[in-house]
Design a protein around this ligand. Structure first.
Ligand code: MG
Ligand code: ZN
Length: 277
């Protein structure tokens, strides 16, 4: 049973763009999108744009081909594969949609690295159009969170995930994200968990004035290289610490499958064994 659960936001965290904007811009409906943005919630607007693309003759295959070209840093691909290989439970928490995320993950050979994708549902309707629905059903009472959009509260998803894995024993969560909703998820992290906010993105601005609200340790990152180095160092220190707590009587050779860089004083663990270089 995985003791470490790594939660990834998708847009501007895993991929280096927003998948909704990517499709709108690449398939040439930016003007209508911008025009309707003040009148519709984002999630409903995306559904509207997908119908527009269908009426312009764009097929689901066209959309899939376009998604496959969305930029994904190779270092992020390798960090996901490393984290998965090390036995972490990887999940996605995203305001994109099932079709976009699955298409991109599958294209990069990453889909089976994830045990769960928490995002807006998608389906193909009778007319053969790709449709997206809100994660939080608009027919049920509002979720009441003022940080998140009406279709999804990431804090609620974080609570749901914690409840679903709690029966398996003590878990350590690592959450990576860039947006305000990712801050909401970060509020649900506890001491010993780690929040990895993307530096100089909306979550970073919110943290800078609200850090006292967070109990998790914070390790920021800028880009794919940074994300990999920071995440794998963290995992390395967690697994090193675990080995250390099992065998305190002697120095064990740590079989490090991660990066070879040394642990900095920034990292939050004590009683460390030497990390292989
Ligand atoms: Mg994001
Ligand atoms: Zn929220």
């Amino acid at each position: 049973m995985a003791r470490v659960v790594v939660l990834f936001d998708f847009d501007k965290t895993m991929i280096d763009c927003d998948s909704d904007n990517w499709i709108v811009d690449e398939l040439g409906v930016t003007e209508l999108f911008t025009q309707l943005l003040p009148t519709l919630p984002w999630n409903s607007l995306m559904d509207r744009m997908l119908m527009e693309l269908h009426s312009q003759g764009k097929t689901i295959e066209d959309i899939a081909e376009c998604l496959k070209k969305a930029p994904l840093n190779p270092r992020i691909i390798s960090s996901i594969k490393s984290a998965h290989a090390s036995g972490c439970d990887l999940r996605i928490v995203s305001d994109a949609n099932v079709f976009f995320i699955k298409t991109i993950l599958e294209h990069h050979g990453l889909l089976n690295c994830f045990s769960e994708i928490n995002t807006n549902p998608s389906f193909i309707d009778k007319e053969g159009r790709l449709r997206v629905l809100p994660y939080h059903d608009f027919n049920s009472p509002p979720h009441g969170c003022t940080i998140c959009p009406p279709n999804m509260c990431k804090g609620l998803i974080m609570e749901k995930i914690r409840a679903s894995v709690s029966a398996e024993g003590k878990k350590q969560f690592i959450y990576l994200g860039d947006g305000a909703a990712d801050f909401c998820a970060g509020l649900k992290l506890e001491g010993g968990d780690v929040l990895m906010p993307r530096k100089n993105f909306p979550i970073w601005e919110i943290i800078s004035t609200n850090q006292r609200l967070l109990t998790a340790n914070i390790h920021e990152w800028n880009n794919g290289e940074d994300l990999e180095t920071t995440l794998l160092k963290l995992l390395n220190s967690i697994f090193t610490e675990e080995k250390c707590s099992v065998r305190t009587d002697q120095l064990v050779e740590v079989n490090c499958k991660f990066l070879t860089s040394s642990i900095t004083t920034h990292d939050t663990f004590s009683n460390a064994l030497p990390v292989p270089r």
